[in-house]
Design a protein around this ligand. Structure first.
Ligand SMILES: NC(=O)c1ccc[n+]([C@@H]2O[C@H](COP(=O)([O-])OP(=O)(O)OC[C@H]3O[C@@H](n4cnc5c(N)ncnc54)[C@H](OP(=O)(O)O)[C@@H]3O)[C@@H](O)[C@H]2O)c1
Length: 324
């Protein structure tokens, strides 16, 4: 088969479409013939050599895909060759075929194309596991989403609204109209406005009950300042640095919590639990049309370099999908 390989970690030009060995399913695994895969910010870090795949994962980049099951290993129940699926991956999505634990398969949502379905597993699992499973967002609460225009952000807006929460986002101004149309109640241009003040004003001093944070160090103090009493910050990215100073006094005054998680490094059993939670709680919302895939554009997989340039420019809105 063909896959995108990284000949030498570096810029987008490091991504090369090359012939590689075909994957074989082990016990509990399936092989999926990929129709579409989607790009995630972490893919850029892997290309640069800063985010190696976890042990046992395919060496190629790519955290989600959709396609058709091509082979089923021993001890796999409930799946068959020819089944249309989408999947959460620990790696290997930028390829014509990928092997993965069967517990990471999800059904293709009702009426959805494989191209659309490919854009959902990683963002759905990340957002649900942090915002719902950990931070317990529910109706009537306020969710602040940093990076509202990204793949994670556009999904988080829709999940927050579907759960009956008020959703505030930070994003550059030119994305605001589309994010408000997606359901965001307030969009803050982080380049010109103070999100702490804007969040406090909008919530009449209450603050955000849950903050989905992709910035890390640079926003630590301000996230605590924007937090409601008993609120929860869930940090999933370090786009603003990894080392910050935590003011325990400020956090205690809010009776606040901070969690920091990464989905990719979780063991397969843990991922399967999250995938089950997403299938039970999020897929019905997608089937009902309350959450839809937001795809900026599709790009041939052999031109993955172009997709990475776009992601690094942050000029996309939602997801970038690759077609092998
Ligand atoms: N821990 C995990 O398990 C996990 C899983 C998936 C993703 N992530 C992380 O989640 C983050 C988002 O991923 P993604 O795939 O959705 O990337 P993405 O599509 O590139 O979205 C990120 C967006 O953040 C915005 N942004 C940049 N600086 C910002 C700032 N200071 N304040 C607010 N927004 C800012 C950019 O848009 P504008 O500047 O144009 O508004 C950009 O489009 C990444 O850091 C990724 O590593 C973590």
């Amino acid at each position: 088969m063909h896959a995108i390989v990284v000949e030498k970690p570096g810029g987008p030009e490091a991504l090369v479409w090359a012939e590689v060995p075909d994957p074989e399913p082990g016990a509990g695994e399936v092989v999926v013939e990929i129709t579409a895969a989607a790009v995630n910010r972490a893919d850029v870090m892997q290309r640069q050599g800063f985010y190696p795949p976890p042990a046992g994962a395919p060496p190629y980049i790519g955290l989600e895909c959709a396609g058709v099951i091509a082979a089923v290993g021993a001890d796999v129940a409930g799946h068959h060759v020819g089944e249309r699926v989408c999947a959460l991956l620990a790696g290997g999505g930028y390829a014509e075929r990928v092997v993965l634990p069967a517990g990471q398969l999800l059904p293709v949502p009702r009426g959805m194309s494989l191209q659309e379905a490919a854009s959902l597993p990683e963002v759905a699992c990340t957002v649900w596991s942090n915002v719902v499973d950990i931070a317990r967002l529910r109706q009537g609460r306020t969710l602040l989403v940093h990076g509202g225009g990204g793949g994670i952000g556009t999904f988080a807006i829709q999940l927050g609204k579907a759960l009956g929460a008020t959703v505030i986002v930070t994003a550059r101004e030119r994305k605001h109209e589309q994010l408000l149309a997606l359901g965001a109640d307030l969009a803050i241009d982080y380049t010109s406005a103070d999100f702490v003040e804007a969040t406090r004003d909008f919530t009449e001093g209450h603050g955000a009950d849950v903050i989905l944070d992709i910035i890390g160090a640079k926003y630590l103090a301000r996230n605590i300042a924007a937090l409601a009493m008993d609120g929860h910050i869930v940090t999933i990215g370090m786009q603003g640095g990894r080392t910050g100073e935590l003011d325990f006094g400020a956090l205690m005054a809010k009776r606040g919590s901070i969690s920091a998680t990464t989905l990719r490094a979780r063991p397969a059993k843990d991922k399967a639990r999250i995938v089950r939670g997403v299938r039970d709680q999020v897929w019905p919302l997608i089937d009902a049309g309350a959450i839809r895939p937001i795809i900026d554009r599709t790009i041939p997989m052999a031109q993955a370099a172009e997709a990475h340039r776009l992601m690094e420019s942050s000029d996309h809105l939602g997801k970038i999908v690759l077609l092998p």
